[in-house]
Design a protein around this ligand. Structure first.
Ligand code: K1U
Ligand code: ZN
Length: 168
């Protein structure tokens, strides 16, 4: 991801019950606007500071269609790929497999709760990158799970609404 010259800010993370987490986020009209570039930079820093593998703009009180996806291997998903964070602006899941898989999720906006959620195993997502280029890419497994979780945030949906069983 491109790095603005200014230092990144760690932003406050909205918690379950905040209205913004249940609202549909607005499309970004100008991805090259410096304010959008700064927001992406700050979202990435906030995600890393919170030890997350993804984040969506409504989680930092911005009702905009921007997500960051940053898989890494972890105890629940040891086979997960280690990837450079990808910022996706106006992401659209344009295809998803009918095959689903159950997996554990957490959320930076829902403290101390994890749950099993069924998600499509594979998907194709179309989005704008930080240079406003249109990208189409296919993902599977844990990365596809993160994308579905983050796109849900843009629709005002929390993973607990899709959960099969909660875990402590
Ligand atoms: O959007 C978010 O709240 C970030 C969320 C993304 C996510 C985690 C697990 C499955 C799907 C989506 C998190 O990063 S919560 C942090 C966390 O619980 C976790 C971190 C690393 C691996 C697994 C979970
Ligand atoms: Zn979340």
């Amino acid at each position: 991801m491109n790095t603005p010259v200014t230092a990144a800010k760690i932003l406050a993370i909205a918690q379950r019950g905040e209205l913004i987490l249940s609202q549909r986020a607005q499309a970004v009209s100008n991805p090259l606007d410096p304010e959008i570039q700064t927001l992406i930079h700050d979202m990435q820093a906030t995600m890393l500071a919170a030890n997350g593998v993804g984040i969506a703009a409504p989680q930092v009180f911005q009702s905009l269609r921007i997500i960051i996806v940053a898989s890494r291997p972890n105890p629940r998903y040891p086979e997960a790929p280690l990837m450079e964070p990808i910022a996706m602006i106006n992401p659209e899941i344009i295809w998803q497999s009918t095959e689903t898989c159950l997996g554990e999720e957490g959320c930076l906006s829902v403290q101390e709760m994890r749950a099993q959620v069924a998600r499509a195993e594979r998907l194709t997502v179309r989005y704008l990158n930080e240079k406003a280029e249109s990208i189409e890419a296919e993902f599977s497994g844990f990365v596809a799970r993160i994308i579905q979780h983050e796109v849900d945030h843009l629709e005002g949906i929390l993973f607990v609404e899709r959960a099969e069983a909660a875990e402590s």
